[in-house]
Every structure is written in structure tokens, then in C-alpha cells.
Design a protein. Structure first.
Lengths: 473, 518
């Protein structure tokens, strides 16, 4: 029986104007998005390899001796990812260049061809198309699924037969999901064909698996809107009212709630301004200077005279610089943590909207956006520890070194605080970004996926109960 | 007759469910958004005042003219609560570092660039989304709906001319839509004025009036668009579906796609390319200076004391060093000023790339009345690029003023006060008292002790060094775009919106003349 309803509903939907319009528009947008993505990705890959080669060549060219390896600042650029095709995650406005040595990290910077004047706009990726356009289409398909039949009088006819109400509801739900699934899958397919046809883009097996998960997430997201449409449709007796309510709900959930994120972030988490940070750092430097005068690190810590002069104190200077580096690192780290915490508060709040849950889940699965930024910072900090270990172990082999590891090129060079031995560049650990495996990504996205399922269950239950009590007259 | 139809339609509209929901959403959202936006503005104003005060305090610590590199701040714009524009995406400050040159180009979201992951929030958002959809909802069934109910036949069977019916419906629709727009504006203004940190100037009131007018023009255009759709189809369901898809396309898909496409079609200079160019200029500067000063000995910037604005200076300077540095600075600084201008020129070129890309995106999306309206509101609120450019020009002028000031105070950079407060003989005096015993001491331990004491005494001397008297130092004033320039920019867009309105209405009229009312 369900099959019969599904077939009838699907045929009816397929013949409607709304289906033709959504199909055409979805295919058009997905196709355009694919072409633009290819050109964007090519440009990014080009810029990335140029920058990375340059920075590697610089590192290799200068890092001939061990103390250089420890103290030389080198830069790492974020690699362009093929999966930004699905969820770009506003990477265009997230810092992409990390500068660090074995001891300290600077603020990550935003480099490349980014235009701050266009930050307010989202890239047209899958998440954008599905979360905005197809969710809207889902409402347009479902707003009159129950009350529309009541208005035309056919609902009475169906229910006059022996068919139970849940069968009708299920049939309509399956048919609607199918109707929406066709343009979505077709669009995605066209988009993928266009993208893969470019020789510069390759997607590995893990990438394909992630794409499959994202498609599943997309279905469960659209399902929320179909169920919402059916719920409102079975709460109202006129399809015009159902449309108005759904439209405003959609505007609220998909457009307004995400816009609230910034304000919520700013209200609930304060972040010091850049000027304040500069003041804090200069106060710290001043404090360190006073401390060194007061002899906190040992006598003559502030003196950088040659060893022979007898008035310098390398261990004290190492203590002073390590303490300064630690403090500066802590300040920068705390500031960056505050910045990310600020964004995360806003993103948590916006999770009251299924569109944001879906976006965040897709970003996590695709490994893009703010999550990737945090992960990169973690990986770089691990790499710094590795690099320091490497320097320490190689330094221990040199009897001429003072074995004092700290971040001041001048005295490290002058006093031989760190070994000056030549280094084979191939043995130096290099930083490589590691993508999270699908299992790890799923684990990170578990809350979002859970919320998507919860929304589905709630709206399903709501529409089921409403339809059971629906007055079909 | 027109008025009779308008009155009847107006009353009918007021009783509809969609009007009730739309108007309530509008007013409630203004009531919720506005206090948050005002609060945000107050915070920005507070930050601005703090930054300006901190800059003043730092100026008070300046010991030598060389170190005068103040930062100027762009005051927050109160009208950004109505339209944020690109105000938050552009840098709020600029360092006046004539002799160093800075490389900051555009900074997103001043304090936390990561916040760019959220879309902008302002009053324009309510209008462009909620009011535009309400306008479409009010208009989609104006003709097709009446046909379905059969009332259109009745009206037209009388002597009422078709144009009168259409005009009557237009007037009624507009009268209905004015209500939520006006209510939101009044409520928004009341909330804005209830803050004791905010007082609006006459110019700002005028701008708000213009924004209100622009909103009405926009609402008219959207209503006429709905009217056209209603006249195009026989069934209101079809005009609704068309209208909604069109709305979605205009409000989200077109602007975002345009920006996405523009970012690829109109290539910009990358940050690395820009810094490469700046580096080339500074390298050139370096070699020019080397060339000019190859016979001068002075050690230049290798100074011995921490100074204001994160710089250093010479507290103690030997006579010969003083002379050679004086000579050196008098040669190098005028050259540096020339290069500062070059770097600013490069920045302007880079900025132009970005602006052209944005303008290209706007052009691509220009067929959407919603995009036109959004840009219009940011022009009227003064949060568009034009005002940012004013800030940049002000900064340039101020940079020259600062340079002139320093020039006049330091005899064209040839005075020692430019780089040191040290007077002739100071060096020998202090060195003799403090460091000579250290040099003379034979015992290592004693030497270290004496050095420690000398370092402490020297720190005391640094503390006691008097600051410069900068009472007549030029003050930075930010002069935003005047009303005339704003109007010059806004009038074409308003004209376009009015033209779109008239075009939509004319087309509806043509379609309605041929409309089969059966």
C-alpha cells in the first residue's frame, strides 16, 4: 500500500512546476559551482606550491647548522583541499600561514588571494546549495502535503478507505524524500563529474568515503525540512497559512540564526583587541627587564658580552629568554584560544538551527574550516616538540656546545649555546599536515549527527501525532 | 474609484494572516536585534576611546622625534547598526610610520578575524529578508488570487477601469507595507536613542531619513515584482512558487554566486605578491640610503634604550657618534619619506584590486533589487568603501602633517633631538661615573657586582629622562564623506530601483490589460 502512495505522490511531484524549477536551478547551480571550484582550486594549488617551495628552499638554504634549525622561523601554508568542494568552511577568512621555530609561534596569518571585502559571502559549495536552496525546495514541496489534500477534498477520500493514517504519512514522506533526492543526487553527480574531469584534482578513497557520509548527512538534513513541512501542514487547515508559517520559520532557522552567531560570540566571550595585546606584550617585556635587573634569573642576565669578558652569564640568559618565550607563547596561545573560544560559543548557539548543525557536521567530516585550523595548531605544537627533541639530541653529541636551548639567535651564535655542527637536512623532521581519518572525523561530528537525528525524530513524532489528530473535514 | 479599491484592499490586507505574521516578525526582530547592535556599537566606541587614550599616553612617553609613530583609529559609525556594509571587514587603525612603512593592508573584523565565519547582522538584514518576502507574499495573489475566487470578474464587470484596479491594489499594498517598515524604523530609533552613549547629529538624522526613503523605494520595487508575477499566471499557486524561487535566487544565490564567480574571474594580487613589491621598494630604499651614506659613519638605529611605540633610542651618545648620526639622519629621512609615499601608493594599488573585484561581484549581482538595496543602505549609512577611502586619505594627509611637524622641530632632521635626548658631554659624564670603574676592576666577581650596580643606575637614568613636549603635535581628524558625495553615489542606485519599480508595474499593467479574467 505504501508503495502505491509513494508512486502516486512521486508522479504528481515530478509533473509539478516546482519540481521542474528546482531541478533546473539545482543542476545549474551545482554545475556553475563545479566550474568555479576547478578554477579556484587550480589557482590555490599553484599559489600553495609556489609558497611552500619558497619557504622550504629558504629553510633548507639557511638551516645548515643545528642552532639555525632551532632558531630560524619558517612558514607553513595550509594545503588546498579537494573536499572544500563539499564544505568550504569559510577557509578563505581563516588564517592559512603559520610561522614558527622550535621555541615559539607567531600569530597565524591570512595570506594568498583573499579579499576581505567579500568575506560576507559564502562560497557556493554543496553545503550552501543544499542548506539554502534544497531545504527551501523541501518546504515548497511539503507545505501542502496534508492541508493541500484537505483543501482539494482528496484527503477525505483516501481516509474513507481502509488505509491507516501512518501509511499515508510514510508514503508521502518517502515520496518527498525521493523527489528531493533526485535533483540533489543529480546535481552532486554533475558537480563531481565536472570536478574530477580536471586533472589537478584527485580524491582518494578516504575522500570518497567522506563524500558518501556527507551525502547521507544531506539526506538527513533535507528530511528535517520535509518533516517540518509535513508537521506544519498537518497543523493548519489552509495551505496558504502553512506556507506563511513555514517561510518565516525557514527565514528564521536558515538565515537569521546563523547571523546571530557573531553577536552571541561577542556578547558571551570577550577577546582583547590587538592594541591591548600589544600593550600586554610590551608590559611583559618591561617586566622581564626589571626582573633581570632585580637578579631574578641570576646575575648579569641582561649582558650579552662575549664569553671571554667574564661578565656574561649564559645560564641566566637562557633562563631569562626561556621565561620570556614561555610567557609570550602563553600570551599568544591564550589570545588565540580566546579567539577560537569566541567563535565556538557562537557556533554552539547557532546549532539551534538545523542548517548550522548540518554545516558544522559537513565541515568536520570534510576536515575543513575552523576545526581544521584548531587541528593544525595542535599538529604544529606537536611538531615543535619533535623539532626541539631533535635539536636537543643532536646538541648532546657536541662537546663544544653549552647545551642551553633558548630562543636568541645572537648569543646562541656568539656563545655556542646550541651546537654549531652542520646538519644533514634530510634528517631534520619536516612538518606535514595529517588529515583526520573518517573514524576520527565521525567521532568529532557525533554531536552534530546526533542533533540531526534528534531533529528528525522530533519532527517525525510531531507530524505523526498532528496527523493522527487531524480533522480532515 | 482608485481610493475606494485601495481602501478596501488595505483593510483586507490588514486582516490577513501573512501580514500579521510578517509585521510581528519585523517588529519583534527589531526589538531583539537593536539592543544587541547598540550594545555592540557601544563596545566598539569604548574600545576606540581606549585605543585613542592609549595612543595619547604613549605620545606622552616619547623622548626623541624619531620614535613618533602614532596609530590613528577610525571611529565606529553609529549608523552601522542600520547597515553594517563592509565597515567591520576593514581595518580600524593605521600606524603612521613614515620612516618604517607598515604592511598591514586589510584586516578582517579588527579584533578576531575568525568571526568572519558568521554572516553580518544589521537592520538592513531584516528589511532585505523579511520585508522583501512580505512584499512578495502580499502581491503574489493580488490578481491571480482574485481570479481564482471569482471576484475579479465581478469587479471588472462594473465600470472600474483595469488601470484603476491595478493602481488601487498597488497603493493598498504599499500602504500596508509602510506599516512594518515605519514601525521598525521608529522602534529601532527609540532603542538607539535610549542609549546614553549615543546622540545623533543633524547629518545622521538626515541619513536615517534617506535610509527610510530608500527602504520604501525598495519595498515598492519588490511589491511590483510580485504584482508582475501575479499578472503573469492564472493560478496563485504558480505565482507563489515562481515568486519564492525568484526571491531565494535574488536574496541568497545570486549575491553569493556572484562573489564566488567574481573571485575567480577578476583575479587579485596575492598578499605575497604585494609584500614582494613592498620589499622591492624597501630594498631599493636600502640601497639608495647605503649609496648616500657610504661616507657617513653613524650607527643609525642601533640604539641603547627602549622608547615609546616599541622603538628604541640613544640615551647616551658619544660626541663623534652624535655628529655622524645627525648627518646620517639628515640625509636618510627625507629619502625615507619619499619611499613612504611609494609604499602608500602600492597599498592603494592593492586595495584597488580588491575593490575592483568587489565591484565586479556587485555588477554581476546588480540585477537583484535586494543587492542594490543592500549597497544603497551601506552608502547612505556611510559604511561603504567610499568612507573607508576617506579614512585612508585622511591618514595620508595626517602622515604628511606629522612629517612636517617633525621636520620643523628638528631642523629638517638635522638636530640631535631627532634621535637622542643626550646633550654634549653627557656620555662622557655618565660613562665615566658608571662604567669606568667596571672596566678598571680586575677581580671578576667585583666586576660583575659593579656592572650590576651600573646597570641599575642606568635604568634609573632612563626613567628620569624627560619626554618631549608635544602639545602642538597635530591631531588626527577623521572626515567622513559629505552628504553631497553620498547623494551622488546613491542617486543612480535609487534611480535604478525606481526604474525597476516602474518597469515591473508597466509590465504588470500590460499583462493585466490582456489578462483573461474567466
Amino acid at each position: 500500500m505504501v508503495g502505491q502512495i509513494v508512486r502516486k505522490e512521486i508522479l504528481e511531484n515530478f509533473l509539478s512546476l516546482r519540481f521542474v524549477l528546482s531541478l533546473l536551478l539545482v543542476i545549474l547551480i551545482f554545475a556553475v559551482s563545479g566550474f568555479v571550484f576547478i578554477s579556484k582550486h587550480e589557482q590555490q594549488v599553484q599559489d600553495y606550491s609556489k609558497n611552500t617551495n619558497q619557504s622550504l628552499a629558504y629553510f633548507q638554504g639557511h638551516a645548515k647548522r643545528l642552532y639555525w634549525i632551532a632558531t630560524l622561523n619558517h612558514q607553513f601554508y595550509r594545503k588546498p583541499k579537494a573536499l572544500t568542494l563539499c564544505a568550504e568552511g569559510f577557509e578563505k577568512s581563516i588564517p592559512n600561514c603559520f610561522s614558527f621555530n622550535a621555541f615559539s609561534r607567531d600569530y597565524p596569518q591570512l595570506k594568498g588571494r583573499t579579499n576581505a571585502l567579500l568575506f560576507g559571502f559564502s562560497d557556493v559549495d554543496w553545503v550552501f546549495i543544499i542548506s539554502l536552496f534544497l531545504s527551501f525546495a523541501a518546504l515548497i514541496f511539503s507545505y501542502n502535503s496534508i492541508c493541500g489534500e484537505k483543501e482539494t477534498g482528496t484527503l477525505r477520500l483516501i481516509l474513507a478507505g481502509s488505509m491507516p493514517r501512518h501509511t499515508i504519512l510514510l508514503g508521502k514522506y518517502i515520496a518527498l524524500m525521493f523527489t528531493l533526492g533526485v535533483p540533489m543526487l543529480l546535481g552532486i553527480l554533475i558537480n563531481l563529474v565536472i570536478v574530477i574531469s580536471s586533472k589537478n584534482i584527485t580524491i582518494n578513497t578516504a575522500g570518497w568515503l567522506k563524500i558518501v557520509v556527507i551525502v547521507f548527512l544531506s539526506f538527513s538534513y533535507l528530511s528535517i525540512f520535509v518533516l517540518l513541512g509535513m508537521f506544519i501542514s498537518s497543523r493548519t487547515s489552509r495551505s496558504a497559512s502553512s506556507m506563511v508559517i513555514l517561510l518565516f520559520l525557514w527565514v528564521g532557522l536558515v538565515i537569521l540564526v546563523p547571523s546571530f552567531g557573531r553577536i552571541v560570540s561577542k556578547t558571551f566571550q570577550k577577546v582583547p583587541t590587538q592594541a591591548e595585546m600589544q600593550r600586554i606584550v610590551s608590559e611583559l617585556v618591561e617586566q622581564m627587564y626589571q626582573d633581570s635587573l632585580a637578579g631574578k634569573y641570576g646575575e648579569n642576565a641582561s649582558n650579552a658580552a662575549p664569553l671571554e669578558s667574564g661578565i656574561c652569564n649564559p645560564p641566566a640568559r637562557a633562563r631569562m629568554f626561556n621565561s620570556e618565550t614561555d610567557e609570550k607563547n602563553k600570551i599568544i596561545e591564550r589570545h588565540l584560544n580566546q579567539m577560537t573560544a569566541q567563535v565556538i560559543i557562537g557556533r554552539r548557539f547557532t546549532r539551534i538551527s538545523p542548517a548550522e548543525i548540518y554545516r558544522q557536521a559537513c565541515e568536520t567530516i570534510a576536515g575543513t574550516g575552523i576545526g581544521r585550523f584548531l587541528e593544525l595548531r595542535r599538529q604544529i605544537s606537536r611538531y615543535q616538540a619533535d623539532l626541539k627533541d631533535y635539536v636537543r639530541s643532536r646538541d648532546a653529541e657536541d662537546p663544544n656546545s653549552l647545551h642551553l636551548l633558548y630562543d636568541e639567535m645572537y648569543t646562541v651564535s656568539l656563545w655556542r649555546s646550541i651546537s654549531h655542527n652542520p646538519v644533514d637536512f634530510d634528517t631534520v623532521p619536516k612538518f606535514q599536515e595529517r588529515d583526520l581519518a573518517l573514524g576520527q572525523s565521525l567521532k568529532l561530528a557525533i554531536w552534530d549527527i546526533g542533533l540531526l537525528v534528534l531533529f528528525n525524530l522530533v519532527f517525525f513524532a510531531a507530524s505523526y501525532v498532528s496527523f493522527l489528530r487531524y480533522d480532515v473535514r | 474609484m482608485i481610493w475606494k479599491i485601495a481602501k478596501k484592499e488595505f483593510l483586507l490586507n490588514l486582516m490577513t494572516f501573512k501580514f500579521a505574521v510578517g509585521a510581528i516578525v519585523c517588529v519583534v526582530m527589531t526589538a531583539v536585534f537593536m539592543p544587541i547592535l547598540v550594545n555592540d556599537y557601544e563596545q566598539r566606541l569604548k574600545d576606540y576611546n581606549e585605543n585613542v587614550a592609549a595612543n595619547e599616553a604613549e605620545l606622552g612617553k616619547v623622548k626623541v622625534y624619531k620614535n613618533i609613530t602614532p596609530t590613528v583609529y577610525r571611529p565606529p559609525n553609529v549608523l552601522s547598526v542600520f547597515s553594517e556594509g563592509i565597515d567591520n571587514q576593514l581595518d580600524r587603525s593605521e600606524k603612521i610610520d613614515i620612516f618604517g612603512g607598515s604592511s598591514i593592508i586589510l584586516e578582517a573584523e579588527g579584533d578576531n578575524s575568525l568571526l568572519s565565519v558568521f554572516p553580518a547582522l544589521d537592520v538592513t538584514l531584516i528589511f532585505k529578508i523579511v520585508v522583501s518576502i512580505l512584499a512578495l507574499l502580499m502581491a503574489y495573489d493580488v490578481i491571480s488570487g482574485e481570479r481564482e475566487q471569482g471576484t475579479l470578474k465581478l469587479i471588472l464587470s462594473n465600470t472600474a477601469a483595469r488601470y484603476k484596479v491595478l493602481l488601487g491594489k498597488l497603493i493598498a499594498g504599499l500602504m500596508t507595507l509602510i506599516i512594518p517598515v515605519t514601525a521598525s524604523f521608529i522602534l529601532g530609533l527609540l532603542i538607539l536613542l535610549s542609549s546614553n552613549m549615543i546622540s545623533l547629529t543633524g547629518r545622521e538624522w538626515f541619513r536615517i531619513a534617506l535610509m527610510y526613503f530608500a527602504s520604501l523605494v525598495f519595498v515598492t520595487a519588490m511589491f511590483n515584482l510580485g504584482l508582475l508575477l501575479s499578472c503573469l499566471s492564472k493560478s496563485s499557486a504558480i505565482s507563489l512558487v515562481f515568486g519564492l524561487f525568484l526571491w531565494l535566487f535574488l536574496v541568497t544565490i545570486l549575491p553569493n554566486s556572484s562573489a564566488y564567480i567574481a573571485s575567480q574571474l577578476k583575479s587579485i594580487e596575492s598578499a605575497e605578491e604585494f609584500s614582494g613589491k613592498v620589499k622591492a621598494v624597501t630594498d631599493q630604499l636600502g640601497s639608495e640610503i647605503n649609496e648616500l651614506t657610504k661616507d657617513v659613519k653613524g650607527s643609525g638605529d642601533a640604539a641603547d634604550a627602549p622608547g615609546a611605540f616599541g622603538h628604541t633610542y640613544y640615551r647616551l651618545c658619544e660626541k663623534s657618534e652624535m655628529d655622524s648620526n645627525r648627518k646620517k639622519y639628515s640625509i636618510t629621512e627625507p629619502v625615507k619619506i619619499k619611499y613612504f609615499d611609494k609604499v602608500l601608493g602600492l597599498k592603494e594599488v592593492h586595495l584597488n584590486y580588491l575593490v575592483k573585484q568587489k565591484q565586479f561581484a556587485d555588477k554581476l549581482a546588480g540585477s537583484s533589487p535586494i543587492v542594490l538595496y543592500e549597497n544603497l543602505m551601506s552608502v547612505l549609512a556611510g559604511t561603504d568603501f567610499g568612507n573607508f577611502k576617506c579614512f585612508k586619505n585622511n591618514v595620508r594627509t595626517y602622515g604628511n602633517e606629522v612629517a612636517d611637524y617633525i621636520r620643523s622641530k628638528t631642523e629638517n632632521f638635522a638636530s640631535t633631538s631627532y634621535f637622542t635626548p643626550c646633550k654634549e658631554g653627557d656620555y662622557e659624564k655618565v660613562m665615566g661615573v658608571l662604567y669606568k670603574p667596571v672596566m678598571d676592576a680586575k677581580d671578576k666577581e667585583k666586576k660583575a657586582k659593579l656592572l650590576e650596580a651600573a646597570t641599575k643606575r642606568y635604568a634609573q637614568i632612563l626613567k628620569e629622562t624627560p619626554s618631549l613636549n608635544l602639545q602642538d603635535f597635530p591631531k588626527f581628524t577623521y572626515q567622513p564623506q559629505g552628504i553631497r558625495e553620498t547623494l551622488q553615489q546613491a542617486i543612480p542606485t535609487v534611480g535604478l530601483l525606481i526604474f525597476a519599480s516602474i518597469l515591473f508595474f508597466a509590465l504588470s499593467f500590460m499583462m493585466f490589460l490582456k489578462y483573461d479574467v474567466r
